[in-house]
Design a binder for this molecule. Structure first.
Ligand code: ADP
Length: 542
C-alpha cells in the first residue's frame, strides 16, 4: 500500500521560488567584477533567472544539455545557476585555477554547449574555446558598457542577452532525479572524474546542511560564501541560503584578506565559509591592522584539515566560533560538521580545541563506516582507524561515464580515500588521505596531525609532511616548512616545539625549509609535487 501524500518533486528551482515568495526582499550583496558593490534581492534574482531560462530555451537549450559556468560568486552567477536549472539543463561549474589542458579535457568530456563566464576569465577562454568543438555560445557576465573586445565567436553580454526577453516563463517540470549540476574532482592522479548531482540530491543535501547542528542557517543570518560556487558545488550555499531566506554577501573576485575583511565588516556578515588558506590570509590581515569582527559569529572551515592555531585565534582573539567541516565533491559536498553535541558542550580550553580538530558528525542522510584492509568494520571507539566509507541520497552512485567504478561497492558504500576513526558519539576524525599516510615499521603515521602541530609554531607559515624511503623503517616523515615573513626558526626549535606533543616515533626525521609549498586548484597541499621534488632526498646517515 502506498501513502496518500502528494507527489511534489524536489526541484532546485522550487528553492528560489520559496525564497522569492517568503523572503523576497532579503538582500544579496556582491562585489561586482566591474568594481562597485551591487545590491539585489531574492525576488529580483528569481525574476532574472526566469529570463535566463527563457533566453536559453530561445537559443535551443533543452533538458539535459550541459551549460558551463566559469565565474566568481556574484548575483549573476547565482541567476545563471537557477536559469540553467529552470530549463532542465545542467550547470557545470569550471574551476579557473585548473590548467588550461584540464579545462579543455573537462569541457569536452561534458560536451558543454554554452558557457557563462566572468570578465576575469575571458582571456583564458579565448585561448581554449577553439579546442572545445561543442561550445556554441559564450555569455559574458557583464553589461554592454563593459563588454570587452574579444576574439570569441558568438560572445554576448549577459545583460543585453537576457534583456531580449521578459520574465514570463514557467519553470520546466520533470522528475526530481533529473541531472541538475556537474562538478569534476580535481583529479590529482589521472583524469578528473565527473560528479553529476540531481535536483533531488541538491535539495536533500541543502535541507541537511541548514539544520541547527549543521550550518544552523536562518533568515536572521547574512552569509558570505567565500568558497566559490565552482568548488565542490559551492558547499551547498547556492541552495541552502535561499532555502531559509538568509541574506547573501558575495565576494566576487576579491579573495584577499583585506577585501574579505571589508565586506565582512561593511555588510555585517554573521557567518562565512572557506578553506583554511583564506582564513589564514584574513587572520594575517587582522593581526597587521588590529581590526576586529564584531558581527561575525561563526565560520565554517573545511576542504582540508583546519589547523588548531586558526581555531584558537578566531575563538580567543575575535570571539568567532569555528565549525570544522569535512566533505567531498562526491558528497554534494558536506559530510560531517564539528558542532558540539550535549556530550561535549562543557568542554573548554585545550580539550575543546582537541575536539574541534575532528571533522565532526554527519547529519541524517549520511551513513559512515570505517573498514580495515580486509573490509572489516572497525568499532566506533575513537582510535580504530581505517578507510572511511559513506552512503546516502546526496552521495555519488557512480562517476560520469562510469569512471572510477572501483570506489563503489555493491551495497553503495563509496570509498572516500580518506583514513579516519569515529568516536562513540559519532565524531569522525581524518588522520590522512590513504595515499599520503606514512607507513613506518608497519604502523601508520598521520601526516595531517604532524602538519597541524607544526603550523602551531609561531614562526611557521605553512607545513607539509611527506614519507621518505628509509632503509630500516620503510618510510619516515620529512617535515617541509615555509617560514613566516621576517622569522627564522631553526630545525631544532621546530622539533623541540613538537616533542612531547606526539608519540616519539612520530617525530619527523628531518626538517627542510622551502620558499613555497605547491597547492592544488582548490588550495590543498600538492603532495604529489612535493614527493617529486624530494624524490632523491635521503635522511642524514641513511
Ligand atoms: P578537491 O580536491 O577538488 O578540492 P574535494 O573538495 O572533493 O575535491 O576534496 C575532498 C577531500 O578533501 C576529502 O576526501 C578530504 O581528503 C579532504 N578534506 C576535505 N575537508 C577536510 C577536512 N576538514 N579535513 C581534512 N581533509 C579534508
Amino acid at each position: 500500500m502506498l501513502g496518500l501524500m502528494q507527489d511534489w518533486p524536489l526541484l532546485c528551482h522550487k528553492v528560489i521560488d520559496h525564497a522569492a515568495q517568503n523572503h523576497g526582499g532579503r538582500e544579496i550583496v556582491s562585489r561586482s567584477i566591474e568594481g562597485p558593490i551591487h545590491r539585489t534581492d531574492y525576488k529580483t534574482v528569481r525574476g532574472r533567472s526566469m529570463q535566463v531560462s527563457k533566453r536559453l530555451e530561445m537559443d535551443g537549450i533543452v533538458i539535459g544539455d550541459r551549460v558551463a559556468t566559469m565565474a566568481w560568486n556574484t548575483w549573476r552567477h547565482l541567476e545563471s545557476w537557477y536559469g540553467i536549472l529552470g530549463v532542465g539543463a545542467v550547470y557545470h561549474t569550471l574551476n579557473p585555477r585548473l590548467f588550461a589542458e584540464q579545462i579543455i579535457w573537462i569541457m569536452n568530456d561534458a560536451e558543454d554547449r554554452f558557457l557563462f563566464v566572468d570578465l576575469t576569465f575571458v582571456p583564458l577562454i579565448e585561448t581554449i574555446a577553439d579546442k572545445v568543438p561543442s561550445l556554441e555560445k559564450v555569455i559574458i557576465l557583464t553589461d554592454e558598457a563593459h563588454m570587452p573586445e574579444t576574439t570569441l565567436p558568438n560572445a554576448v553580454p549577459y545583460e543585453a542577452w537576457i534583456g531580449e526577453v521578459d520574465q514570463d516563463f514557467a519553470w520546466k517540470e520533470f522528475d526530481e532525479k533529473t541531472a541538475a549540476g556537474m562538478c569534476y574532482t580535481s583529479g590529482t592522479t589521472g583524469n578528473p572524474k565527473g560528479v553529476l548531482y540531481s535536483h533531488r540530491s541538491n535539495v536533500i543535501h541543502a535541507m541537511a546542511c541548514v539544520q541547527p547542528d549543521m550550518l544552523n542557517l536562518s533568515s536572521k543570518d547574512r552569509m558570505m560564501p567565500v568558497v566559490p560556487l565552482f568548488h565542490a558545488n559551492g558547499w551547498s550555499t547556492g541552495f541552502s541560503c535561499p532555502m531559509v531566506g538568509c541574506g547573501m554577501v558575495m565576494p566576487g573576485a576579491g579573495m584577499d584578506g583585506e577585501s574579505i575583511y571589508d565586506l565582512l565588516r561593511q555588510e555585517r556578515v554573521t557567518m562565512s565559509a572557506a578553506v583554511p588558506t583564506v582564513w589564514l590570509m584574513l587572520l594575517q590581515h587582522l593581526e597587521k591592522t588590529g581590526e576586529k569582527l564584531p558581527d561575525l559569529n561563526r565560520v565554517v572551515i573545511g576542504g582540508s584539515a583546519c589547523p588548531r592555531s586558526i581555531t584558537q585565534s578566531f575563538q580567543d582573539t575575535y570571539g568567532v566560533d569555528v565549525i570544522h567541516a569535512w566533505g567531498m565533491t562526491e558528497m554534494s559536498p558536506l559530510g560531517t560538521i564539528c558542532t558540539l553535541k550535549p556530550e561535549y558542550e562543557d568542554l573548554s580550553g585545550d580539550a575543546k580545541l582537541d575536539l574541534q580538530a575532528k571533522q565532526g558528525h554527519p547529519p541524517f542522510t549520511i551513513e559512515m563506516k570505517v573498514t580495515d584492509d580486509d573490509n572489516k568494520e572497525q568499532p566506533w571507539d575513537g582510535k580504530s582507524f581505517g578507510r572511511l566509507k559513506v552512503r546516502g541520497p546526496a552521495i555519488s552512485a557512480s562517476y560520469y561515464k562510469g569512471r572510477g567504478a572501483e570506489q563503489f561497492d555493491e551495497d553503495n558504500w563509496f570509498d572516500t580515500g580518506d583514513v579516519a576513526h569515529i568516536d562513540p558519539y559519532g565524531y569522525m576524525e581524518i588522520t590522512d588521505r590513504a595515499k599520503d599516510v606514512i607507513k613506518s615499521g608497519g604502523e601508520w603515521i598521520s601526516t595531517i596531525e604532524l602538519e597541524n602541530l607544526a603550523v602551531g609554531h609561531q614562526d611557521v607559515a605553512e607545513a607539509a609532511v611527506i614519507g621518505i624511503h628509509h632503509p630500516k623503517w620503510d618510510e619516515r616523515p620529512l617535515l617541509v616548512i615555509v617560514k613566516k615573513e621576517g622569522c627564522d626558526p631553526s630545525k631544532e626549535e621546530i622539533l623541540g616545539f613538537m616533542a612531547g606533543k606526539i608519540a616519539k616515533w612520530w617525530m619527523p626525521d628531518d626538517v627542510v625549509f622551502v620558499d613555497e609549498i605547491p597547492h592544488t586548484a582548490t588550495g590543498k597541499i600538492q603532495k604529489m609535487d612535493l614527493r617529486e621534488t624530494f624524490k632523491d632526498y635521503r635522511f642524514p646517515g641513511t
